[in-house]
Design a protein around this ligand. Structure first.
Ligand code: PMP
Length: 318
């Protein structure tokens, strides 16, 4: 989906015009993938716009940067405030927010340490990511393996990781699927190209632990919390591939995917090939919280003080 421009982008502490947020082709990031980033949703509630788990996302950004020895000149809370300021100023919501930190223009060569750290926060209107008719999406197991331990760190949300995600996604699309599920180095279920995965098997909610090369998803964490609230038993365990085929239910979680049911894997129906009761209950509760229909009992929403809304010219959605 084409990006819809907003007025301002936050750069290193100040708001600049959208069209001025450019970089030199010799910036380190262009050649060596040296970026870390976040993807965050700002929802539209009856009380106004609110950013979902703003602090947790900015903490993960700082964690990703730390892994790559990037010193950010801003604290987590300053980054949260900058994000609120950007969304408020642009007046476009619901929206997707993309903070990104990268190594800019300085030295050539692999050593990144003499290249400046650039920090940007961008937001733009955005809708659904994985299109599904309600029953769920048809997916495959990818022939590509997820990042192996001690190669590219899966807990860091780094731009470079998404070369692997692109291989998974493109292969899935080329074969007529909506998404691919990657196995880890040992053949256990890892995650989708941009989503964590959950299964329901014999009334238990199962997801892979972080040791299986998965990103510590903020939505994953939220769904685990909601499952605890609803007294749904949870197991974090290594998932053999065949469990995808015999699960009663399966779904993806992610900022973009939210809670998206999976209807089939490798053309094998998951359960009854419709959204199952556990997925339905978790999805319903998730949407009720993020849309402000239920109280924000875990303090997940940061309100954005805004003036007036800028109407979008294009329809939002994939
Ligand atoms: N795994 C990968 C590879 C992702 O790109 C994402 C999306 N950020 C997720 C999982 C889900 O993470 P979150 O719920 O924090 O968006």
């Amino acid at each position: 989906m084409a990006i819809q421009k907003t007025a301002k982008i936050w750069h290193n502490g100040k708001l600049i015009n959208w069209d001025e947020a450019t970089l030199h082709v010799m910036s380190h990031v262009v050649h060596y993938g040296s970026s870390v980033f976040e993807g965050i949703r700002c929802y539209e509630l009856p009380t106004g716009p609110a950013i979902f788990r703003a602090t947790e996302h900015m903490q993960r950004l700082l964690d990703s940067a730390k892994v790559y020895r990037m010193d950010l000149p801003f604290t987590r809370d300053e980054m949260v405030r900058a994000m609120v300021e950007t969304v408020g100023r642009n007046g476009a919501w619901p929206c997707y927010i993309r903070p990104v930190v990268f190594r800019g223009y300085g030295d050539a060569g692999v050593n990144p340490l003499n290249c400046p750290i650039e920090v940007y926060i961008v937001n733009y209107p955005w809708g659904k990511y994985l299109s599904s008719d309600g029953d769920g999406v048809d997916v495959c197991v990818s022939s590509w393996t997820r990042l192996a331990p001690n190669t590219l760190p899966a807990m860091a949300k780094a731009g470079a990781n998404y070369m692997n995600s692109q291989l998974i996604k493109m292969e899935a699309l080329a074969n007529g699927y909506v998404e691919g599920i990657a196995l880890d180095k040992n053949g256990f279920v890892s995650e989708g190209s941009g989503e964590n995965i959950f299964l329901v098997h014999r009334d238990k909610l199962i997801t892979a632990p972080l040791g299986n090369s998965v990103l510590p998803g903020i939505t994953r964490d939220s769904v685990l919390q909601i499952a605890r609230d609803l007294n749904i038993p949870i197991i974090e365990q290594m998932i053999p591939r065949e469990m995808l085929y015999i699960a009663d239910e399966a779904f993806f979680t992610g900022t973009a995917a939210e809670v998206t049911p999976i209807r089939s894997v490798d053309k094998i129906k998951v359960g009854k090939a419709t959204m199952g009761p556990v997925t339905k209950a978790l999805q319903k509760e998730f949407y009720a919280i993020v849309h402000g229909e239920k109280s924000d009992r875990h303090g997940w929403l940061t309100p954005v003080p805004v003036g007036s809304k800028v109407s979008s010219k294009q329809p939002v959605g994939v």
